[in-house]
Design a protein around this ligand. Structure first.
Ligand SMILES: O=P(O)(O)OC[C@H]1O[C@H](O)[C@H](O)[C@@H](O)[C@@H]1O
Length: 529
């Protein structure tokens, strides 16, 4: 295709959403001329599925749940008045609470005001808030935000060290829909310990966002935390950023949550249209389908040319991969669906993995995200008539062309700026595209049965550890091999787990386990110190 033909194709297929200044360019995707027409009947079904979902159908059949994230930004669409009220009340409560926190009416135990926010959560209870905080944060924010998003002790120590004495001015928001996620429970306990170490009462600095009656809800009640905000079973973790999960931390940080909701709402209006040419979510889903042959044959590489959108790929990784990565389809047939997502940012990636994208294994399609506005401050020219931002655009267009020359496809999303409105719009766009794509490939986008397997297996490991520790305690000074200890605890087949657990304990001296013997697993011996 010549440059002139591409320009024609660009204009022909450009999908614009004027209300948010957004556009989607699919001209560098190699779909045949009759593709959109051919896919029409299937897309019609996807629209009907989506309509039913928005009207309150049980769209997550095996968990028997409604799927209501679209109501969060259009409460009038909620299927009953009770839900509508819960949504509007929660947004109002978030505003009011943040106002009190900023004014110092809600204040820490030993400081006049909260100036820091520590968010404890994981997966859908962290990724959205992290994206929003990083995309929209400035040095003038009402509160500076920190995260515990893992059960890595050193990771948490680093954050606590960064907070230092400002922990006394830190509000901790623990977020877990289920209220039973171990990493988050551990984060909460680690945070509690950090406050205690500074002579502070954790409960006077803690807020929960969780489902009613959950373990976390109980803890918050029992300990008399400052406040609890609700999380509903009809909002999935990975689509929860516009519920209290994302709105509360964003508002505390001082961000424009109404703008985020409005951007999402406007994008929702655009993505409800049945005219595919005008519906960027439908177009995206169809392009993913075309690129990966409806079976995820190509990976989705997310390339925002903007530092503030760096976390987009991480956020989309969960949204897309947890929603679409499924073994079974809706009829119970094995399909092993999914689309792999990765990415970082441009032009940084041009100096890292773009080499492979252009010349290596051809197993991906790229998504460029272009932001028109360079910076809020005045223009600075790095060469006569040229700014750093001009280079950023140059590299985006250059990379896109270089890829296309080698037959590598790409989508280009353009937004005017990185504002609350555009972030809300991008979130809404991808939520709906994922829902459409799931309909096209006939899977349930709203459950995650596979995640449970890893959690259960981790539970087994900790059970083995408890038993091994007890056994070492009994054996005292006697050094034993992993093989012997596995037999001792009645789990001879778990010998590898026993060995891994022992190695870990022995590497952390205060756990009291000493390793002796040779370097190989068979030669290693363990005993209590
Ligand atoms: O919010 P929580 O209940 O703590 O869940 C946090 C995360 O845990 C699980 O692993 C789910 O697969 C995720 O979808 C979820 O976002």
């Amino acid at each position: 295709m010549t440059e002139r033909e591409l320009w024609e194709r660009y204009q022909r297929y450009l999908c614009v959403v004027p209300s948010v200044g957004f556009s989607l360019d699919v001209s560098r995707m190699k779909f045949p001329a009759d593709f959109l027409e051919r896919m029409r009947p299937r897309m019609e079904e996807a629209f009907s599925d989506m309509e039913a979902l928005e009207k309150g159908a049980v769209a997550n059949p095996d968990e028997k749940r409604k799927v209501g994230h679209y109501w969060l930004r259009a409460p009038e669409l909620a299927p009953d008045a009770g839900l509508k009220k819960e949504i509007t009340d929660t947004v109002a409560a978030v505003h009011a609470f943040a106002k009190d926190v900023h004014a110092g009416t809600v204040k820490p135990q030993k400081a006049p005001r909260f100036t820091r926010l520590l968010l404890v959560g994981i997966g859908g209870s962290a990724l959205g808030p992290q994206l929003v905080a990083d995309a929209l944060g400035t040095e003038k924010d009402a509160m500076q935000v920190f995260f515990f998003d893992n059960t890595d002790p050193d990771g948490m120590d680093r954050v606590v060290a960064q907070l230092g004495d400002t922990l006394a001015q830190t509000l901790t928001v623990v977020i877990s829909k289920s209220g039973g996620t171990k990493e988050t429970r551990n984060g909460m306990l680690e945070a509690e310990r950090a406050y205690q170490a500074k002579g502070l009462d954790f409960s006077k600095h803690a807020v929960a966002v969780t489902g009613a009656g959950s373990e976390l809800d109980d803890t918050a009640k029992k300990q008399g935390w400052l406040r609890t905000f609700p999380m509903w079973d009809w909002v999935g973790g990975r689509t929860s950023v516009l519920s209290a999960v994302g709105l509360l931390p964003a508002k505390l940080q001082g961000l424009d949550i109404d703008g985020m909701l409005a951007g999402a709402r406007d994008m929702d209006v655009a993505t409800r249209q049945r005219d595919v040419a005008k519906n960027p979510a439908a177009l995206l889903a169809l392009m993913w389908h075309q690129a990966g042959d409806g079976r995820g044959a190509k990976d989705m590489v997310i390339l925002p040319y903007k530092d503030r959108l760096l976390l987009m790929s991480r956020y989309l990784q969960q949204l897309v991969m947890e929603s679409l990565g499924k073994e079974l389809d809706l009829d119970g047939k094995v399909v092993n669906q999914g689309i792999a997502v990765y990415g970082n940012k441009g032009s940084t990636d041009q100096h890292a993995y773009v080499q492979q994208l252009r010349e290596g294994v051809h197993n991906f399609f790229a998504t460029f995200i272009e932001v028109l506005k360079d910076r809020p401050g005045p223009v600075f020219e790095v060469e006569p008539g040229v700014t750093s931002g001009d280079y950023l655009l140059g590299f985006l267009l250059g990379t896109r062309r270089a890829l296309f020359e080698k037959g590598r496809e790409s989508l280009t999303l353009t937004v005017p700026d990185v504002s609350a409105r555009t972030v809300g719009a991008l979130i809404a766009l991808y939520e709906r595209a994922v829902g459409f794509y799931a309909s096209l490939v006939h899977i349930n986008a709203y459950h995650q049965p596979g995640v449970e397997a890893g959690k259960k297996a981790a539970g087994v490991v900790l059970d083995v550890q408890r038993k091994v520790m007890a056994r070492l305690g009994e054996a005292r000074a006697e050094a034993r091999s992993a093989e012997q200890l596995a037999a001792d605890i009645g789990k001879p087949d778990e010998v590898e787990t026993v060995f891994k657990v022992l190695e870990h304990l022995a590497a952390n001296p205060d756990r009291g386990v000493q390793r002796s013997g040779g370097a190989s697993p068979a030669e290693a011996r363990f005993r209590m110190k």
